[in-house]
Design a protein around this ligand. Structure first.
Ligand SMILES: Nc1nc2c(c(=O)[nH]1)N[C@H]1C(S)=C(S)[C@@H](COP(=O)(O)OP(=O)(O)OC[C@H]3O[C@@H](n4cnc5c(N)ncnc54)[C@H](O)[C@@H]3O)O[C@H]1N2
Ligand code: MOO
Ligand code: MG
Length: 397
């Protein structure tokens, strides 16, 4: 059996990023991966500007509080002022360019209007309330690296330097199907022996959240023929095929056999709980990842392995999740023979509580939890211990 670390390393070694690119308008770039570095052709902000509504002055003209200065001009955002005449103040507003000659802006709260002028009730410091040209971005600097996943902040940043379009990698095509004779789609009442196909919703939700192009092939019955046919169809249209169920040792577990018939299985089984029977293989040029059917196992292994794998295939540079140290408010006394990923929630006291039922079948634990506590093989936890905590925010998008 592979360790979880060995499996992740082996998956990332096999994940080759897509190379085809396209240009998209910045407003449509959410979730895409940038294909080339972006450099700013401008300085941001383009000019020294006021951080406050108030009065621009020359510091030398206000040697002490209480000085009265005539107001020589009024500058709104969007306008350009004249050089500031010595011995005068300029009325100025937030975002308006600071006029040449002025070296401080006083908030209007520290000033009082007085016939044709202003009385300054505080002594200004050089540079006060002036946002310098280029303090955010200097012309010619790189603002976004190739491989960046474009979120709201990155889209705003691209727009702030005037970019209208961005080169991005083509979307990765991910086909999913869900094996199990017992599965039915919500909307149909359950017959004896049946359960709802919840993995479809967790896994397609996760694939969509990563910005992949989803091909949802639905439920596949537990026969070798049906599994093979579904796999062949999926592999012919997708870059990556992801399935749930049928990867363990049961008599109705046909997924590995189907992969062996159409391609090859390269890895099977990882020493972790949940998620032991995960399988990786290839069918032609298509990657195949078979996740265990247990709903928690499918959810957790997607976050820990499939997400980094897909991100790397999407061309993303930063694909690994981060773990943080957090203090346990629980005991986990029994050493395990597999590395365990426990569903836990951060409490108002800053410590982690465990969901009481850690069964691989209890999906409620995932909805309740904020993340996973990573307990090494043979490890135990006492209340107050510092543990490795992987927030779901690091795993699920
Ligand atoms: N003798 C052994 N039995 C099992 C072992 C083992 O090592 N030896 N491993 C166990 C572990 S660990 C896991 S995890 C499961 C994985 O099983 P499979 O991947 O083969 O999945 P299935 O048998 O098809 O289903 C398992 C479980 O999950 C339910 N399921 C399946 N698909 C869905 C779905 N789309 N939505 C909701 N629930 C689903 C299914 O009904 C089963 O209850 O094997 C253990 N067995
Ligand atoms: O590896 Mo399984 O997910 O423990 O039930
Ligand atoms: Mg099974």
């Amino acid at each position: 059996m592979l360790t979880a670390t060995e499996l992740l390393d082996a998956l990332l070694e096999r994940a080759h990023g897509v190379t085809a690119t396209e240009n998209v308008p910045v407003a449509q770039a959410l979730g895409r991966v940038l294909a080339a570095p972006q450099t700013s052709a401008i300085t941001v902000p383009p000019a020294d500007n006021s951080a406050m509504d108030g009065y621009a002055v020359r510091v030398a003209d206000v040697p002490a509080a209480g000085v009265r200065l005539p107001v020589s001009q009024r500058i709104l955002a969007g306008a350009v002022g004249e050089p500031l005449a010595a011995g005068t103040a300029a009325r100025i507003f937030t975002g308006a360019p600071v006029p040449p000659g002025a070296d401080a802006v006083l908030m209007q709260e520290y000033c009082a209007e007085a016939d044709d002028g202003v009385v300054i009730h505080a002594q200004p410091h050089p540079g006060e309330n002036i946002r310098r040209a280029g303090e955010d971005i200097e012309r010619g600097t790189q603002v976004l690296a190739a491989g960046t996943r474009l979120g709201a902040a990155e889209m705003g940043l691209a727009a702030s330097v005037g970019l209208a379009e961005l080169p991005v990698f083509r979307r990765l095509k991910v086909a999913c199907f869900f094996t199990g004779d017992e599965l039915v789609t919500p909307g149909t009442p359950l017959q004896p022996g049946q359960i709802y196909n919840s993995n479809r919703y967790t896994l397609t939700g996760l694939v969509n959240a990563l910005g992949c192009e989803l091909i949802d092939l639905g439920i596949v019955p537990d026969t070798l023929e049906a599994t093979e046919a579904a796999l062949e169809g999926a592999a012919s249209v997708a870059d990556v095929v992801i399935t749930s169920g049928g990867v363990s040792v049961g008599e109705a577990d046909y997924v590995k056999a189907a992969v062996e018939k159409l391609g090859r299985v390269e890895m099977w089984k990882v020493a972790m709980k949940p998620g032991k029977p995960l399988v990786y293989g290839r069918v032609g040029d298509t990657d195949f990842i078979g996740l265990p059917g247990n709903p928690v196992s499918a959810f957790v292994t997607f976050g820990l392995f499939v997400r980094p794998f897909l991100l790397k295939r999407m061309g993303a540079a930063d694909v690994l999740y981060r773990a943080f140290a957090a203090q346990a408010d629980f005991a986990w006394p029994k050493p395990g023979t597999r590395r365990e990923f426990l569903r836990a929630r951060l409490q108002p006291n800053g410590r982690l509580a465990l969901f009481p039922n850690q069964s691989s079948g209890v999906l409620t634990s995932c909805a309740w939890a904020d993340g996973l506590v990573d307990v090494e093989i043979g490890g135990t936890v006492r209340p107050g211990d510092w543990v490795r905590f992987i927030p779901f925010a690091e795993l699920l998008a």
